[in-house]
Write a protein that binds this ligand. Structure first.
Ligand SMILES: Cc1cc2nc3c(=O)[nH]c(=O)nc-3n(C[C@H](O)[C@H](O)[C@H](O)COP(=O)(O)OP(=O)(O)OC[C@H]3O[C@@H](n4cnc5c(N)ncnc54)[C@H](O)[C@@H]3O)c2cc1C
Length: 409
């Protein structure tokens, strides 16, 4: 691991540079490591603003105060082999003609680039939203949500008027996708206990889940939506569907039907888009600014640049829809990119990307969840255990991949 750039890095010859050490980028780097021993002239550089990988799928637990933020930050040092040069720096631009990443530590040259910079919350230009609502896309974001909730309950406890107490102790989550559902479930379960700790009546806090569409977990089977809705209702979450937020003001979320949803903490989990840095970079933009790629995951008309993860706009030929921004999609794309880079090095044909859907699992609170696996829908304790198992397996696989490279020891 090193933080400073050297001359070889800047020259760009024989360099594979992976931008982003999230689900997609880290997997490209880990998968490529073993192959590099057969290609001694090829160097691999991984670039990220953080020196840790974030297990984003566990953020709702951090935001709900049941997991420490540091527990979802895995130091990259623990995972990367010595053959991988790691540069911790902010990427702030691209020099496409010169094949260089422009970073806070100077330019980094590449002969092949993998863009895996993830996504950013999409506020859909709703007035006031970015300023008034917290987001949930990093361990620090999740810490901030939990701090804001704790602060709001402290403020509520200092009030005597039950109405004001109730308003301050209400958390409003915008966006009823998997992230919003998981966050609402976590909070609804923990808040009565936290309220008691603050000297408040346990029924004083409330959690609202506000969704613009006709149902939560859009795109899921009616059975799964029904099971998730029942668990949320059991936990006391107030779900409002067909509730379109027109503006976020100091008073709360103003809906287009005139209703004002008031609360003490507002969190936006209503969707993601490509980071501005990439959206304005001149690369061909697809859905929500994500980068359009060919079937080998290379940028259209720029075969020297691969894109993987949330940043890639990949249409599933079976459904005609762009694949959703999910960790399991990012991991599979990372695998294909790594294999295609090795194929290029060895002069073999590239492999077209095909998504193998392993199913959909959402935790709802700390003990229950819902899952759709191979057409079978389940809800309850089993689905939650499945989610735990997936997260455990992910952490194991990341460690296993490091061990997979004999040169890493
Ligand atoms: C709260 C939450 C819960 C989720 N739960 C699930 C789930 O249960 N299952 C599931 O399949 N998916 C889930 N997702 C979606 C999943 O987390 C994403 O699809 C996945 O993280 C995408 O991986 P990625 O590699 O594209 O991006 P990321 O994992 O976000 O990685 C991007 C990396 O790029 C780095 N980076 C970005 N910009 C710069 C820059 N300018 N300079 C330097 N470094 C930079 C970042 O630091 C980061 O390390 C969830 C998402 C959220 C927000």
């Amino acid at each position: 691991m090193e933080n400073a750039l050297n001359a070889a890095t800047a020259s760009g010859s024989g360099q594979i540079v992976v931008a982003g050490a999230g689900y997609a980028g880290l997997h490209v780097a880990l998968r490529l490591t073993a192959s590099l021993r057969n290609h001694s002239k090829m160097e691999l550089t991984l670039v990220d603003r953080h020196d840790y990988h974030q297990v984003i799928t566990e953020l709702p637990r951090v935001a709900g105060g049941t997991r420490a933020a540091d527990a979802v930050r895995i130091p990259l040092e623990d995972m990367l082999a010595e053959r991988v040069r790691f540069v911790q720096t902010e990427i702030n631009g691209f020099d496409w003609a010169g094949r260089r990443l422009l970073t806070g530590s100077g330019p980094i040259g590449w002969s092949r680039l993998v863009l895996a910079l993830g996504s950013r919350p999409n506020d859909f230009a709703i007035p006031g939203l970015a300023r008034r609502a917290l987001s949930l896309y990093s361990a620090s974001d999740a810490e901030q949500v939990w701090e804001a909730v704790s602060k709001a309950l402290t403020a509520a406890a200092a009030e005597t008027d039950p109405e004001r107490q109730r308003r301050l102790a209400t958390v409003v989550v915008g966006g009823g996708g998997a992230t919003g559902v998981e966050l609402a479930g976590e909070l609804a379960e923990i808040l009565p206990k936290v309220a008691r700790d603050h000297g408040l009546a346990p029924d004083r806090p409330a959690v609202w889940l506000v969704e613009a569409g006709p149902a939560i977990l859009a795109g899921s089977s009616p059975e799964l939506i029904d099971k998730a809705s029942r668990i949320l209702s059991d936990l006391g979450v107030q779900v409002r569907t067909n509730a379109v937020i027109a503006a976020a003001t100091g008073e709360g979320f103003q809906l287009t039907d005139g209703q004002l949803v008031q609360g003490g903490v507002f969190v936006w989990a209503g969707g993601v888009k490509a980071p501005e840095l990439v959206a304005h970079s001149g690369l061909p933009a697809g859905h929500n600014g994500r980068v359009k790629v060919d079937r080998y995951l290379r940028v259209l008309d720029r075969p020297e640049i691969y894109v993987a993860g949330d940043l890639a706009s990949v249409t599933d030929p079976r459904t005609g829809h762009v694949l959703p921004p999910l960790a399991q999609v990012a991991l599979e794309e990372g695998e294909t990119v790594a294999r295609n880079l090795v194929a290029e090095l060895e002069g073999r044909p590239l492999e077209a990307f095909t998504f193998h859907d392993k199913g959909f699992v959402v935790s709802v609170g700390s003990r229950r969840g819902v899952a759709d696996i191979a057409g079978v829908t389940s809800g309850g304790r089993l689905a939650h255990l499945l989610k735990d198992a997936i997260e455990w397996e992910y952490r194991q696989s990341v460690r296993h991949l490091r061990g997979w490279d004999p040169l890493a020891r």
